[in-house]
Design a protein around this ligand. Structure first.
Ligand SMILES: Nc1ncnc2c1ncn2[C@@H]1O[C@H](COP(=O)(O)OP(=O)(O)OP(=O)(O)O)[C@@H](O)[C@H]1O
Ligand SMILES: [Mg+2]
Ligand SMILES: [Mg+2]
Length: 504
């Protein structure tokens, strides 16, 4: 009742004609009073009274029942959403996502779609800031229906799948001491509404282990998997964690969901996440989940020095490369790779950052010694001048070259990386280059690899092998469905065949 009185007071305070604080008692409502109690009473009668928790519905999302925590302390409303996939419809941004509308129940999954009206940084009750998609959908509560804004987030670790915040509460009276003022459902009834009949899809369940669902490459992989009838799940590396236990090792997803029914994972680990991402991939392997690229192969390909050693040991041609510990050896290190001009590469560089051309011996010495004084590791490499700012990127999947492009550096630039302004074009590679690319992927044990080759006077030389090569440059330059070929490789690994009679 206390809340009810508070709201009465609130109503008076926020109404422009009543600016003084009024303490109301139910028995003070009497005829002839100076206050327009009758009008107020009519207003109140029009309001929807809700308790601290209520069953709601989202007709446009095909969610007939979801239990919400009513919290006027929260500004925005949020709803549980996982596996969020942005896409475009009629040129507008949309998202599709999985909702498990029933608490602690992962069997009931509804795939929802809604137009995105905003992306907003929201601070959760734990203090973490998260960038969330915002949608606007009709909410049904009791007999009423009105549009509200919802942010999408993983609420697995929260007590409720939905939070109804004050922005969505226009016309609502909260009585915090009661619950389900608009009708209650038992869990059994809620389950019956969703008609829990487990329907196992005939496709594979594939997890994409990555960091950013908005990346072109990640979107394409999900799209290609779904187009082949598989259940694709975007798994944010940072939100997965591992249980090491002899009897029951597990991978959990934030909130406690146990990821125990995946057939395969596609690791797409960004360089800054190598350590954690590889540990996670290893854990999936120990659970018997198939991985497109294995953890050992990813780990060794990420170590530029180690992978070059492995490649040259297996007879592959690489530019002459030097590596030293002490600045005392810098002079000979430069000599060793044929003197200036030469290339200096940071061991942990990517996208062409950390690759420097030192044109003179003096410049080479200063760059090498400066980097060493920062305790960073570097490689010194002969400069392949005749490459003229061009290199080749060969996309290898399952022992075959599925696409190749030539990347051409921007004017005045020697690095051909797209991120450094380079452009890509279709190229026909020679049998020698083809052999080099396939052998490189095989040597590093990568089922999927982006092999970089530079054309030199001595013939093709191997620059490096990437375990999570980007798809945008290569797919747009060649029009080849590289993402589809990656899914084919998983199907092949798992001996999965499209069920007869299924038209995908
Ligand atoms: N020895 C070299 N001689 C001439 N050009 C080179 C040499 N090494 C690298 N480059 C140029 O610099 C670019 C970046 O080098 P590299 O691929 O080794 O670095 P990266 O930062 O790891 O890039 P990536 O994004 O491909 O992982 C190459 O694509 C190539 O165009
Ligand atoms: Mg690289
Ligand atoms: Mg490269």
């Amino acid at each position: 009742m206390q809340g009810f009185f508070l709201l009465l007071k609130f109503l008076f305070l926020t109404s422009p004609s009543h600016i003084k604080v009024v303490h109301l008692r139910a028995n003070s409502v009497m005829e002839g009073d100076p206050f327009p109690y009758q009008a107020l009473q009519m207003n109140l009668n029009e309001m929807i009274v809700v308790g601290s928790e209520e069953w709601c519905a989202f007709p446009s999302l095909s969610i007939p029942a979801i239990k919400a925590r009513v919290d006027s302390g929260a500004k925005t409303s949020s709803v549980h959403a996982v596996n969020i996939q942005p896409f475009k419809r009629d040129g507008n941004p949309w998202v599709s996502f999985d909702m498990h509308p029933l608490q602690k129940n992962l069997k009931v999954t509804v795939r929802c779609e809604a137009k995105v009206i905003d992306r907003r940084t929201v601070k959760s009750s734990s203090g973490d800031a998260e960038k969330r998609y915002v949608i606007r959908v009709p909410l049904k509560l009791g007999g009423d229906i009105w549009e509200i804004e919802l942010t999408l987030t993983n609420r697995d670790s929260m007590g409720y799948r939905m939070l109804l915040g004050r922005e969505a509460m226009e016309g609502i009276l909260v009585n915090p001491s009661s619950s389900f003022c608009q009708g209650n459902l038992t869990i059994e009834e809620a389950k019956r509404i969703y008609d829990v009949t487990e329907t196992k899809s005939s496709g594979l369940k594939i997890g994409l282990l990555a960091s950013n669902p908005d990346l072109y490459s990640n979107q394409r992989i999900i799209e290609a998997g779904e187009a082949r009838g598989h259940e694709m799940m975007f798994l944010n590396i940072k939100q997965c964690y591992m249980k090491m236990d002899r009897e029951q090792p597990e991978v959990h997803y934030r909130g406690g969901t146990v990821l125990n029914d995946l057939d395969a994972i596609i690791p797409r680990i960004r360089p800054s996440m190598t350590f954690y991402g590889c540990a996670l991939t290893r854990h999936f392997e120990s659970l018997g989940v198939a991985t497109l690229n294995g953890s050992i192969a990813i780990t060794q390909s990420r170590d530029k020095l180690f992978s070059l050693q492995l490649l040259q040991k297996n007879g592959l041609d690489i530019p002459t490369t030097g590596f030293a510990n002490s600045p005392i050896d810098t002079t000979d290190l430069i000599e060793m790779v044929g003197g200036a001009p030469l290339i200096v590469k940071l061991l942990e560089g990517t996208q062409g950052r950390g690759v420097v051309l030192a044109e003179t011996r003096k410049a080479a010495e200063s760059v090498i010694n400066a980097i060493k004084s920062l305790r960073a590791n570097l490689l010194v490499q002969e400069f392949i001048k005749e490459a003229d700012g061009k290199d080749l990127r060969c996309f290898v999947i399952d022992g075959k070259i599925v696409a190749s492009i030539e990347r051409v550096a921007a004017p005045g630039e020697f690095r051909a990386n797209i991120h450094q302004g380079g452009s890509a074009r279709l190229v026909k590679i020679t049998p020698e280059e083809k052999k080099l690319a396939l052998l490189a992927a095989k040597t590093l044990g990568l089922r999927v690899a982006g092999v970089d080759i530079i054309r030199s006077r001595k013939g093709p030389l191997l620059l490096e092998v990437n375990s999570s090569p980007g798809l945008e440059g290569i797919e747009s330059a060649t029009n080849i469905d590289v993402a589809g070929a990656m899914i084919d490789a998983i199907e092949k690994k798992l001996h999965w065949k499209k069920p007869k009679g299924v038209d995908l």
